[in-house]
Design a protein around this ligand. Sequence first.
Ligand code: AVJ
Length: 322
Amino acid sequence: MLVHAIPGNVNYDFAADVRDGLTRRGQKELPSKYLYDDVGSALFEVISHLPEYGLTRADERLLRRNAHEIVDRVAGPAAVVELGAGSGRKTRWLLEAFCRRQQTSYYPVEISRSALVMCERELSDIDAISIVGFEREYLDGLLEVAAYRKPGQHLFVLFLGSTIGNFDRVAGVKFLSQVRNILQPEDSLLLGTDLEKSRSDLLRAYDDELGVTAAFNLNLLARINRELGADFHLPHFKHVAKINEEARSVEMHLRSKRHQVVSIPQAESVVEFEDGETIWTESSHKYSLNEICDTARQAGFRCQVQWVDEQWPFAENLLVAE
Ligand code: AVJ
């Protein structure tokens, strides 16, 4: 067992993105990746245990039940790269199955350092594993891992938890194509996707009774206060989950409860909110099974197998680079 981390070289600019997103005309918007600072990652971890939010548990059940079959279908020898590893808890089953076959290198790629530390701690007890974490954005991390690739070694990329759902459908195809371009033919990608379900199930999942999702969303404003010296007064905003029928997504917004002005010194901006105006903070697109295969094909993959959970509509899709 070896655990090692390649630290901080995340090339994004929080202040610039906040300024752009909040000072544009029309719908105000903040990129959803900023939900995951230390507090946000911990809150998402709690969300994944809520009865209303079945997504993470479905993902984990599928991985646990099908770990051996998945590993048998992946061309080896292979190094495992996980994009957005989070706590790493659900990856254990796959890695254990993998390590039974061969000594395995596991490269979690994460923009949240605390999630990376959690993930390394969670998985370091597995026999025959070496873990090297990358504190990077997805494609930057994947490029680096691909550069380490040994001759004859395949890459097996994990993109779980329906993180793909945060992209709109066009951007999703583009992202998968970018992943494909870093890979070689017969490398594999395991893609976890949340499937379409009823409005009421979706609204419950994204606006839970305890208010954890509300806290997760509002933390983005708290983060802007902490990191950019802003004066958002959190009780003046409300978490809202809405269904976008046309996009087949659930959106999270933060709705201003009154007319107000907020200053964000380190983003050099002063932002005015109308009563009822929202900041759009995240979209979670939901997929149909066929659509996932179409999307995969457009991005240069073939869809090899799809496993679907019986309790919560969610699919694990094994895609192979053409
Ligand atoms: C981690 C991106 C899959 O979209 O369902 C959970 C994040 N947002 N509750 C999702 C989330 C609100 C989650 N993903």
